[in-house]
Design a binder for this molecule. Structure first.
Ligand SMILES: Nc1nc2c(ncn2[C@@H]2O[C@H](COP(=O)(O)OP(=O)(O)OP(=O)(O)O)[C@@H](O)[C@H]2O)c(=O)[nH]1
Ligand SMILES: [Zn+2]
Length: 330
């Protein structure tokens, strides 16, 4: 089954985007001439990218190792010259050493994957980062074939159901996959994030069976070189929608989030969010005329949500401080 990639290039057939990470590198040699014009980066191999053009042609184009191009970028190709077109969205993450990386461009959805026993502390951070980058977040509760997942689903529903869509499912049995397929089929281009072992690869395999990602734990297949060169790829779903596979994307530190962004995008603050505080730079801790504190008193923000907000606010302020110190040094 084929369908056009939503919105962007009417001539491109979605199901042809990338069929498997084993053959994307060779496919360009099948193309008789070198297509040019506007296209989209559907795979990144470190020193080359695969561009899919209108009319379904594709080719590899060499890039410098840190050229800044990412999967999802719309580009104009002229010979070996690649010009990036303006991006609608950029998703960035901060690694454990503080470096900032661009994950992908022009995404519009972020799937936060949870499973029993996976740490949940990053959910709020992921939601805030996603919304700040203008991506719509959604929650996937995987492994619902296991009894423990039902308690997790109930807990997450209580906290997050008013803020974003939830999809309880099982990647292995296929139970609950249909609502997620339908959600993505509305033309969304998404990526999954979640801690190791929650089942992101299993979920990708269940949603796009042609890609056959290896499933396991960090200790086995990764050390055996599942992705010998880090390859990010864009996959199209049979029923509609697209997913980016980007190995190793499990969490992200906050990148350039202000205390005001945090309050505006924090899950559970939506109802109170449209009101403004007396001070435009209010941090919602103890300032007079604070709309967040007023909502807390009125019960429109729960104590649990406010306590989680304060934890993230500490992180945001610590980042601000680091940035300030870096500014002095440079
Ligand atoms: N019971 C059950 N197990 C699952 C399900 N989905 C995945 N698993 C198992 O969970 C383990 C981890 O799955 P992966 O898909 O590799 O998890 P991942 O999130 O991609 O892990 P990393 O690549 O390390 O980030 C594997 O043993 C899977 O078989 C599910 O729906 N139910
Ligand atoms: Zn305030």
């Amino acid at each position: 089954m084929t369908r056009p990639v939503p919105g962007r290039f009417p001539g491109i057939r979605g199901s042809d985007v990338v069929k498997s990470d084993s053959n994307v590198t060779t496919r360009h040699s099948e193309i008789p001439s070198s297509p040019a014009g506007n296209g989209r980066i559907v795979a990144h191999h470190g020193i080359s990218v695969e561009v899919l053009f209108q009319g379904e042609q594709r080719r590899m184009v060499r890039v410098k190792r840190n050229s800044g191009h990412v999967v999802g970028d719309e580009v104009s190709v002229n010979g070996e010259l690649l010009t990036r077109l303006p991006r609608a969205t950029e998703l960035r993450r901060r690694d454990a050493r503080g470096g900032v990386h661009l994950v992908a461009a022009n995404l519009d959805a972020l799937g936060i994957v949870m499973a029993p026993l996976s740490p949940g502390r990053f959910i709020d951070r992921a939601i805030v980062t996603s919304r700040t980058a203008r991506l719509t977040p959604f929650l996937v509760i995987n492994k619902c074939d296991l009894g423990e997942a039902h308690q997790l689903a109930a807990r997450l529903r209580e906290t997050y159901a008013a803020s974003l869509p939830l999809f309880p499912l099982s990647a292995t049995t296929g139970e609950g996959l249909l609502p997620l397929r339908e959600y993505l089929a509305t033309g969304r281009c998404g990526v999954f994030i979640g801690s190791t072992g929650v089942g992101k690869s299993s979920l990708m395999n269940a949603l796009c069976p042609h890609i056959k990602l290896a499933v396991g734990s960090v200790g086995d297949y990764r050390s055996m070189g599942r992705h010998t060169t880090t390859v990010s790829t864009l996959h199209s779903l049979d029923g509609g929608g697209e997913l980016v596979d980007t190995p190793g994307f499990r969490d992200f530190g906050l990148v350039d989030i202000s205390p005001q962004d945090l309050a505006a995008h924090f899950p559970g603050f939506e109802e109170a969010g449209s009101e403004s505080c007396r001070f435009s730079n209010c941090r919602h801790r103890s300032e007079p005329g604070c709309s967040v504190l007023r909502s807390l008193q009125q019960g429109r923000i729960t104590r649990e949500r406010y306590a989680s907000f304060l934890e993230l606010l500490d992180e945001v302020e610590a980042e601000e401080e680091k940035k300030r110190v870096r500014g002095w040094r440079s």
